[in-house]
Design a protein around this ligand. Sequence first.
Ligand code: AVJ
Length: 321
Amino acid sequence: MRTRPHLAAIGTRFSPAPEADFADTLLAGLRAEPKRIACKYFYDAEGSRLFEKICALPEYYPTRIELALLNAHASEMAALMGPNAEIVEFGAGAAEKIRPLLRAANEPHAYVPIDISGPYLHAIAERLRCDFPALTIRPIVADFTRELAIPASAARRVGFFPGSTIGNFEPEEARTFLATAARLLRGGGLLIGVDLVKDPAVLHAAYNDAAGITAAFNKNLLARANREADANFDLSAFSHYAFYNPQAQRIEMYLMSRWAQRILICGRAIGFAEGEAIHTENSHKYTVDGFRALASSAGFTPRAVWCDADRLFSIHWLEAG
Ligand code: AVJ
């Protein structure tokens, strides 16, 4: 990420490699064995819009249930967050889920949405400013999976990390991320949404929607490569493939080459065998107790948990002592 000069020295790197641009990362990932592309590259402006459409799908329950939990328990959650808090959201996206909390919050000091997609984030921040004119909003364009850098603040800080984005980390990476967050949020806490293990048929449907929006979201990686990395992918030559791996307790998502082919990225050739796949996402699911144990091991004290009646999704308040 481009570190701004006013960012304080709380930055913590999760990866030693310097940030390469999309084309370089793409090329390296497609030359690796097996082929892969990190899921954060889904979220250019087009991918962010497609993800908003996923959130509205009948099969994709997480967004709907999490929003219902936030609406139902906003005042309790806001009370735990405390008065005059600086609320930092990791991966703010459309920033819809923060709204019930902002309405219930006791004069928040500021709202600091972090997102990887700059133009999208600034548009979202503008929209929020219209609806919350008294609120200080300080958007930060950053890749929080690489570095957690937030300007120093005298205010008590609380984190908001909804959507089960934590599920994109491997459990060990999730622990590292949480440990860094616990240091950053000391004296406050973290409100975090976590998708739960459940009937695999429900999980399968959520990542294989009938309207094909998840497939389009997955293939947007290839479209983005064509737009930004001078690539020549034929989107119809790849299949969206997503399934639940019950032993790893995660959804795995792939783009599978339907036949042997050769594509070009910035003039460099990449070969695909028939049926060869690019791994594009893992989305880990947790049990309530399993996630609380992970948070404890990262230095948080797990407190309240909210779940829907069917135990499809959970929101946890983790205290950073
Ligand atoms: C944003 C990572 C929570 O894993 O459910 C949705 C992304 N991928 N459909 C998820 C996603 C395919 C989503 N997260």
